[in-house]
Design a protein around this ligand. Sequence first.
Ligand code: PLP
Length: 398
Amino acid sequence: MKLADRVARLGTETAFAVSAEAAAHAAKGNTVYPFHLGDMNLPTPANVQEAAIAAMKDGKTGYCPNGGIPALREALAAETARSHGMDLGADNVAIQPGGKPVIEKFLLALVNPGDEVLYPNPGFPIYESQIEFQGAKAVPYGFVPGEKNFLLDFEAIERSITPNTRAIIFNDLHNPTGAVSPREEIEALAELALKHDLYVLSDEAYWDIRYEGEPLSIASLDGMAERTVILYTFSKKFAMTGWRLGGAVGPADVIGVIATLNVNEESCTNHFVQWAGVEALTGDQSGAQEILRVLRERRDVAVEALNAMPGVSCYSPTATFYLFPDVTGAMERVGAKDYDAFRLGALENTGCSFCTRLHFGRALPGEDRRYVRIAYSGIDADRIEEGLGRLRDWVASA
Ligand code: PLP
């Protein structure tokens, strides 16, 4: 068959290939320490599980409204209004099967073929994939090392804006770096969006995976609610990655278009799962608090272990469940000529499996430091210590 031209522009998450390699290594009887997973090995809170079961037994198994059940739209609007200090109602919310579909639908609703869209690189690979698949031009911006964490490469952002720039994707509490923008950075970005009349996709997948500091969303700044769509997901906060539940939160007219896209694509998000979402947002929060406590403990163990390795330095991010250590020196020590040599050498010699910078986009011009992503959402603290201890021994003995 002759595939459509656009298929050549469709990207993917190459991190899934790392999972497959780790599984193959484990199948040979080897120990694997899974630092590659963006998935979680923590249970969904019991009250949320029970709400889904109760809803299923109560017959919530048929189609439901395309934009989401009113109870969940209202609950998510109320929760976002509270956490963001915004004025929102049910018509500002379109429920989705996960957070990921918001990326595709935001672009379909607001960006024309040929328009330019700024996106973070390193970043979640689906941004670039969807921008290019839809015939727009993907324009990357990077990060620079700051004192306590990575900062946006603001100069690159400013330099990249042209009369054709239509939108910017901003993932504060960032995958893979763990970067959290200081207030001034978010304000400066909002100013830029207003000045150049840009739409903003605020990917807030990790909004609630925040260990310290006051939350601030770009959507809540003056003049921004009218031009920003928030990507919300239940995946991380409630350890619900496989349930597929999220939402788009934004101006009612765009949300109406996104709900019509729902009609065209999945009809509706799973009905009884939406009732579980209502419980997640409005019920007992102790499950989510426990998830955060466990993740914080893992972060501390992992950061300490990474900084104890020769040739490795790592920030201690205040959010997300990712670390993005600079491993330039460690790669030199073990004689790894490129990222894959380092990654596969680590797997073979230590069992540690992780993604590298290249799983989050092509390297940018002038990028001379080397980074890997250590995810601690799918591995317990004692195994983090054990695995990273082996990695340290391997690097130290080289
Ligand atoms: N955005 C970012 C930055 C992510 O890392 C992820 C998942 O890893 C998503 C969006 C999508 O998450 P989901 O579709 O599970 O809600």
